[in-house]
Design a binder for this molecule. Structure first.
Ligand SMILES: Nc1ncnc2c1ncn2[C@@H]1O[C@H](COP(=O)(O)OP(=O)(O)O)[C@@H](O)[C@H]1O
Ligand SMILES: [Mg+2]
Length: 349
């Protein structure tokens, strides 16, 4: 991992008045560019050849400048740093750059330790446990005694997942594969709260070192499981799969909000203890069971695609901000404030 000192050195060469927001054109980049534009920050889109025209369809979310690359695994670090860019990580960026993400010689919003912790399932579970979250059991494949989701490595939006109910079934589909885990299947309503943690102020909902905001909640549409009732009624049987194709808005019973904020605070404070904090956006992926208990199965230490439902704010940001506030815009607000107060080092690594 590149040292924090090296990143601080690059940042100290930046012209604070010309800061730019950069990301890969994918995942939640429309929202990031749109939000930056609302705050008057110029943007750079790192784009695969031929995909620029998609952005012509959305003039208010089109990046001010494209950098076209042949291979997304090789981001133009030098060019970005020379243009005062702060890179915003999202799901596609994390997936494309892989383990190399933490070595990029360009300032990244957030703490790159958190991205390393999120990548490694063992570490991610350790972090969630330290946060005090209730979690589904991870089950030794040889001892599978109930329905389990088998998870393949990497953040590919559930692609390749499958439910198995016995060691034999596990062996048949995943025998010999490495990095695969079997996790108890959670029954209930899925809810994915989106948080923003700011170490720059202590008003609002406080944590040990800063404040935590709830910007929205989504639920995902996964193919094919989420339309399974249609298939069942049509008399067709099939194997469920969990590939994310989109998101929909969710508002929770107000009595559940205490737990939502508590879980977020747990994640923030555990991140501080374990690896120095998690400034910026993150998401906890949960299932709420019939007893109103939250079970968390994943943390994403970055903006998640579920926030794309709310380019003009959510049913929760309406109670926090006078103006429409997306996660993309919230990120831009934080960068502006940190630059003004000369505290970029607190939210960037
Ligand atoms: N323990 C579980 N029980 C039930 N469904 C699960 C469980 N874990 C994951 N899922 C389903 O699979 C989807 C993808 O899982 P996740 O681990 O979040 O994958 P990814 O890392 O690709 O985001 C989830 O959104 C959820 O619908
Ligand atoms: Mg997930």
């Amino acid at each position: 991992m590149i040292s924090k000192e090296r990143i601080s050195e690059i940042l100290s060469g930046y012209d604070a008045k010309k800061l730019k927001i950069a990301s890969i054109c994918s995942h939640s980049s429309l929202q990031l560019f749109h939000g930056a534009r609302q705050e008057g920050i110029k943007t750079i889109g790192i784009c695969a050849e031929g995909r620029e025209e998609i952005y012509d369809a959305f003039p208010l979310a089109r990046p001010d400048r494209f950098i076209t690359v042949e291979d997304m695994r090789n981001l133009p670090e030098g060019e970005l740093a020379a243009d005062n860019a702060i890179l915003i990580p999202h799901g596609s960026l994390v997936e494309y750059t892989g383990a190399g993400l933490v070595d990029l010689e360009v300032p990244i919003l957030g703490n790159r330790h958190s991205l390393a912790w999120e990548r490694d399932r063992t570490k991610m579970f350790e972090w969630m446990k330290a946060a005090g979250l209730q979690m589904p059991e991870t089950i030794d494949p040889k001892k599978i005694d109930r329905p389990c989701v088998v998870k393949t490595p990497g953040a590919k939006g559930g692609m390749g997942y499958r439910v198995v109910a016995s060691p034999e079934e596990f062996e048949e589909h995943f025998g010999g594969q490495i990095g695969v885990i079997a996790q108890e299947y959670l029954i209930g309503v899925r809810a994915y709260p989106h948080y923003f943690y700011s170490p720059l102020s202590k008003d609002g909902y406080r944590t040990a070192e800063g404040k935590l905001e709830l910007l929205g909640i989504d639920r995902r549409f996964e193919s094919n499981i989420d339309e399974a009732y249609r298939t069942s009624i049509a008399g067709i049987t099939f194997k469920p799969s969990f590939t994310v194709v989109g998101n929909e808005l969710l508002v929770l019973r107000e009595s559940l909000l205490g737990d939502v904020m508590d879980m977020g605070k747990g994640i923030v404070e555990a991140a501080e203890r374990l690896f120095g904090g998690i400034p910026g956006p993150f998401c906890i992926e949960t299932v709420i069971d019939e007893n109103m208990q939250f079970y968390a199965f994943e943390v994403s230490a970055r903006i998640v695609a579920g926030t794309n439902i709310f380019p003009l704010g959510s049913p929760y940001t309406a109670f926090t901000y006078e103006e429409p506030m997306s996660m993309g815009r919230r990120i831009a607000v934080e960068i502006k404030r940190a630059a003004k107060e000369k505290k970029l080092g607190k939210i960037i690594y």
